[in-house]
Design a protein around this ligand. Structure first.
Ligand SMILES: O=C(O)CCC(=O)C(=O)O
Ligand SMILES: [Fe+2]
Length: 278
């Protein structure tokens, strides 16, 4: 996990503030309005509102509501008019700004490995994209639950949070607070990147604590995942990183296999990494 300075150089502060305010405005609406978007059957496409989105896959419920909007691939992309009007313009702006950040990060991640600058982008990390606006409401007994359970993300995550706090990252055996400093974005490396980088990058375990603060925690998250669904495309540690003394740490796998493991159960940490580790 890394913090990126965001003022001016990455995303204008007004865009960050408007994104958070718009997501809050969505969640502040009466339940009857939001529940029209409550649709678990159509998961993984279009627009969906849900209370703890892994409810039927996870062992325990957690304390958050989410507006999930698919942006890519084209076959899953939400129609713009289906994005709730209260946050439409802002979500579209957040998508475009966070995508620019992701593009720059994908280049840096490639360069950090000494492979071609376009390598990560060419793998298709901008082709599986979703934006999620989470709300962690006031919790009367925060010690009895969590906002979101401990997990690792799938690909590359760009995250914006308001000032309430609650996000924590695992460092060794300790949970460390990711302080909500105004401005910086948080970037998470997910399991897919750990595998293809052959452990040069390591996915980060994180969670959100439930809070008894009257002000809800709001976060805007953009997830970037390899989009291809082909059964014939195999992914694994990049061949450029391997040699006779740097052997592949993982076997090859397809995106459907990754997704099946990643999305068919509740959030967890590194289970796919363990599954394909040689
Ligand atoms: O709301 C947050 O800060 C974290 C959300 C998160 O980890 C996720 O959606 O994967
Ligand atoms: Fe996450």
């Amino acid at each position: 996990m890394a913090l990126l300075p965001s003022y001016q150089s990455w995303i204008p502060k007004s865009v960050l503030d408007e994104t958070i305010n718009a997501i809050k405005a969505f969640h502040d609406q009466p339940h009857e309005v939001k529940s029209k978007l409550y649709n678990r059957e159509k998961e993984r496409q279009g627009v969906m509102y849900s209370s703890n989105n892994d409810l039927y896959r996870a062992k325990a419920a957690s304390w958050h509501d989410s507006l999930t909007i698919w942006m890519a691939p084209e076959t899953r992309r939400a129609k713009e008019e289906d994005i709730p009007e209260v946050c439409r313009k802002e979500i579209v702006a957040w998508e475009s700004h966070s995508t620019k950040v992701a593009e720059a990060l994908l280049e840096l991640l490639s360069e950090g490995l000494g492979v071609e600058a376009e390598r990560f982008k060419d793998l298709g990390f901008l082709e599986g994209k979703l934006v999620v606006g989470h709300c962690y409401p006031y919790c009367p007994q925060p010690d009895l639950t969590v906002g979101i359970t401990s997990h690792t993300d799938s690909g590359l995550t760009v995250l914006l949070q308001n000032q309430v706090g609650g996000l924590q990252v695992k460092h060794g055996d300790e949970w460390v607070d990711v302080e909500p400093i105004p401005g910086p974005l948080t970037v998470n490396i997910g399991d897919f990147i750990q595998i293809i980088s052959n452990d040069n990058y390591v996915s980060v375990e994180h969670r959100v604590l439930a809070k008894a603060s009257k002000e809800p925690r709001i976060s805007a998250v953009a997830f970037f995942n390899v989009g291809t669904q082909a059964d014939s495309d195999y992914f694994g540690p990049l061949p450029e990183l391997l040699s006779s003394n740097k052997l592949a740490l993982y076997r090859k796998f397809t995106v459907p296999e990754f997704n099946e493991s990643f999305f068919s159960k509740g959030l967890d940490s590194k289970s796919f990494i363990q599954k394909v580790r040689l």
